[in-house]
Ligand binder design. Structure first.
Ligand code: ADP
Ligand code: ADP
Length: 236
């Protein structure tokens, strides 16, 4: 079974008098354990794709099956529930709460999905995710006391805390220097290899896309190529 199955996904926006077709009928299957990079120039439909894959928005037409479940026509509340339980998000801007510690930031998804979990267990789980990201000694630091790379690792720990089968990473290296970007890509590759987590990465940068085991290029709302990336498969 595919983790993600898209069938004829269309999405358009009304822009003044014009209708902009952001996705023109995208069909796609992503299997468990793939690291798929979706790449394309500005305006090609990457953000729209990310919003649909992340259940942040619904397709105009077509079907989206996530872990075998049709999520195309669920209500906003149902989508929010799926988003919190089944998907880990990593963003360009880290999106950490500034006035809370690294540990508290990682606890946040558990507050939504497991409201009755005892605080001690919540802390323990969050700590485990931070340890996996090599940040045990930074657990009581606030985001502004951490480097960009460390902040992104906190965000990845937060994405992992609910043990999702899928991580969606939207331009996760956009605010990072080259060396730190490579470090973050290695972490994502490692999550795929050691835990079998499916990764979908959205990026406009070819060097970053090259870390995926499969590279999908989109242009003007259509998939224009979809190829296995032997280099990343053979030399992780
Ligand atoms: P990318 O992320 O690759 O830059 P987008 O998905 O943001 O691409 O945009 C695809 C197309 O849809 C573009 O032509 C863009 O201008 C248009 N678009 C995206 N969001 C909106 C919106 N909220 N309203 C109107 N047009 C939009
Ligand atoms: P970036 O830092 O990559 O620009 P944004 O902060 O703009 O990312 O977020 C990308 C999209 O995801 C936005 O439309 C935003 O509303 C949405 N978003 C951001 N953070 C969350 C979140 N924690 N949960 C759900 N949606 C989010």
């Amino acid at each position: 079974m595919s983790v993600i199955s898209l069938r004829g996904i269309k999405k358009s926006y009304q822009l003044g008098e014009n209708r902009v077709e952001a996705l023109r009928g995208v069909s796609l299957d992503i299997a468990q354990g793939e690291f798929v990079a979706i790449t394309g120039p500005s305006g090609s439909g990457k953000s729209t794709m990310m919003h649909i894959l992340g259940c942040l928005d619904r397709p105009g037409e077509g079907e989206y099956l996530l872990n075998g479940k049709n999520v195309s026509s669920l209500s906003r509340d149902e989508l929010a529930d799926i988003r919190n339980k089944e998907i880990g998000f990593v963003f360009q801007g880290f999106n950490l709460l500034p006035r809370t510690t690294a540990l508290e930031n990682v606890e946040v998804p558990l507050l939504y999905t497991r409201p009755t979990m005892p605080a001690a267990e919540r802390r323990e789980r969050a700590m485990k995710a931070l340890v996996a990201m090599g940040l045990a000694d930074r657990h009581d630091h606030h985001p502004n006391q951490l480097s960009g790379g460390q902040q992104q690792r906190v965000a990845i720990a937060r994405a992992l805390v609910n043990e999702p089968a899928l991580i969606l990473a939207d331009e996760p290296t956009g605010n990072l220097d080259t060396r730190t970007s490579v470090e973050v890509m290695r972490i994502l590759q490692d999550l795929r290899e050691t835990r079998g987590i499916t990764i979908v990465l959205i990026t406009h940068e070819p060097d970053i896309a090259a870390h995926g085991t499969r590279i999908i290029a989109i242009r003007d709302g259509d998939i224009v190529s979809d190829e296995a990336n032997q280099a990343a498969i053979a030399h992780p």
